[in-house]
Design a protein around this ligand. Structure first.
Ligand code: MLT
Length: 323
């Protein structure tokens, strides 16, 4: 029987099914204790994580039986994929299973910011009836700038188009004739042009050394006056101190952040601002997306442990199958 270690809150029917064929060790908070995590990993064949477990080169090297890492999500910034490949360990993940849920959250953010729904709800719950105060704006006719036009960016663009928005994009890996840009009537442009034209800017880039801290004072100063910033990608993409300055100076009208520089964050100025919407990294947390994500990752981990190829992998589908 193979030993599988689950180090974060991952459960449901697919995990129960996995437990019937393997020894599954579930420790939902193990991600927070690196020493314990390393100790528990010594004799495991597989590890299944979300985004909080740091699967480092050191961990991979010390887990000498490890054959497969299952990442229940799309981002791979917490996995040392080079170290995994060198150690002949399959990295499987779920690049598209939760994209729709993230895109829908972004639409919710735009509507909430434009109409100030959270503040209107709080005021009304207190017995007020402040109709004039909550005069918002329509999304229709506004420009949405999407930074990173991949799966999620495309789903956001489709939905924003249905709301009558103009969608523009910046993506260093695309050319203007990319089919998913043309199909959605999205113009690709340089970053400065996008920032100066957008009423809403939504970040959809992975976290890399190039994107870490990319939304800084220079970026924010180029945004349109009174625009809104949305981030449902990775928190470290934004320099939060610079964002606080842009909000305090009223350069921006507001922001919505599902992800933070540190998770969970230490409460600070952003938590006090009424024009900032904060959620606890719930972009992928819908029942539908979680069913798809957990089912896919459990299926692939099980496949690799049975000597069959993974269907959704980053490096190679089976150990010893790299070119
Ligand atoms: C993802 O990368 O899929 C989402 O941010 C959710 C997660 O990190 O688990």
């Amino acid at each position: 029987m193979a030993r599988i270690l689950i180090t974060e809150q991952i459960d449901g029917a697919a995990v129960d099914q996995l437990s019937q064929n393997h020894e599954v060790l579930i420790e939902h908070r193990l991600w927070s204790d690196m020493e314990q995590l390393k100790a528990r990993s010594v004799d495991i064949d597989a590890i299944i994580v979300r985004n909080q477990t740091q699967v480092t080169a050191d961990l991979i090297q010390s887990a000498s039986h490890l054959k497969v890492i299952g990442r229940a999500g799309a981002g791979l910034d917490n996995i040392d994929c080079d170290a995994a490949s060198k150690a002949n360990v399959v990295v499987c993940y779920t690049p598209s299973e939760n994209s729709l849920s993230v895109a829908e959250l972004v639409m919710g953010y735009m509507l909430s910011l434009a109409r100030d729904i959270p503040a209107a709800q709080q005021s009304t719950s207190k017995g007020n009836w402040e109709r004039k105060r909550f005069t918002g704006s329509e999304l229709s006719g506004k420009t949405l700038g999407i930074i990173g036009f991949g799966r999620i960016g495309t789903l956001v663009a489709e939905r924003a188009n249905a709301f009558g928005m103009t969608v523009i994009a910046h993506d260093e890996f695309l050319t203007p004739d990319a089919p998913h840009l043309l199909e959605n009537d999205v113009e690709l442009m340089g970053l400065s042009d996008l920032l100066s034209q957008s009423d809403f800017v939504s970040c959809h880039t992975p976290l890399t050394e190039d994107t870490r801290g990319f939304v800084n004072s220079d970026f924010l100063s180029q945004m349109k006056h009174n625009a809104y910033l949305i981030n449902a990608s990775r928190g470290e993409v934004i320099n939060e101190s610079d964002l606080v300055v842009a909000l305090e100076s009223e350069k921006l009208s507001g922001a919505a952040l599902d992800v933070r520089e540190v998770e969970p964050p230490i409460a600070g100025k952003l938590e006090e601002m009424t024009n900032v919407l904060l959620t606890p990294h719930i972009g992928a947390f819908t029942r539908e997306a979680q069913d798809r994500v957990i089912e896919r990752v459990c299926h692939d981990v099980d496949a690799v442990l049975h000597g069959e190829p993974a269907t959704s992998f980053f490096n190679f589908p089976l150990p010893n199958s790299q070119p």
